[in-house]
Write a protein that binds this ligand. Structure first.
Ligand code: 5GP
Length: 200
């Protein structure tokens, strides 16, 4: 059995990455979501072990020290990290894994595992992103302006990703995402066949 593929998705806040992932994960594309660990506080509607593994700073720092994380970063004053063993086990089981992480973590994963496939989700325009953030109504104007500045910085790194999806229409963006997962799966299968052919 060949190993699964590691996919990494990044997007600025308000670009719809949660919605795209939620819809894509409900499809039959052999994709498992990797739950991250974080020190940030749980938000309304979140569940331990599904949204995140919520940790104290001490617990998180012990995970770093014990080498339990594939990558980790500090973002807006909180630690975030990807548990190594779970990802390893799922990939070894031939299943694809998707990480939903920010740009620094994505870059670190690509350095460690160049075969990882990086996908960036863009808003159709900065005007539309601003409109969506205002429409959410969850943050004050100052926070929204900070998020828009942060989005500009993140978007300037999109060129280093393997794929870029523009989320103008959610269903179209989900289709694009699913097509990438399937195409990369076909490519991995073909490479595995070529290699096994060469070894005969
Ligand atoms: P939030 O607090 O809004 O859930 O996440 C903040 C940012 O941290 C998002 O960009 C999210 O994708 C990123 N993030 C979540 N988990 C991880 C992780 O394990 N590693 C890294 N590097 N970033 C993460």
């Amino acid at each position: 059995m060949s190993r699964g593929i590691l996919f990494v998705v990044s997007a600025p806040a308000g670009c719809g990455k949660d919605s795209i992932l939620e819809k894509a994960l409900s499809k039959d594309i052999n994709l498992t979501y990797s739950v991250s660990a974080t020190t940030r506080t749980m938000r309304a509607g979140e569940t331990e072990g599904i949204s995140y593994y919520f940790k104290s700073r001490e617990e998180f720092e012990k995970m770093i020290k014990d080498g339990e994380l594939l990558e980790h970063t500090e973002y807006c004053g909180n630690y975030y990290g990807t548990p190594k063993q779970t990802v390893e086990e799922i990939l070894a089981d031939g299943k694809n894994v998707v990480l939903k992480i920010e740009i620094e973590g994505a870059g670190n994963v690509k350095k460690m595992l160049p075969e990882a496939v990086l996908i960036f989700i863009l808003p159709p325009s900065m005007e539309e992103l601003s409109r969506r953030l205002h429409k959410r109504g969850t943050e004050d104007e100052e926070t929204i302006q900070k998020r828009l500045k942060q989005a500009e910085t993140e978007i300037s790194c999109a060129h280093s990703y393997d794929y870029v999806i523009v989320n103008g229409d959610l269903d179209a963006a989900v289709n694009d995402f699913v097509s990438i997962i399937k195409a990369e799966g076909f490519r991995a299968e073909r490479n595995a066949e070529l290699i096994s052919g060469l070894n005969k």
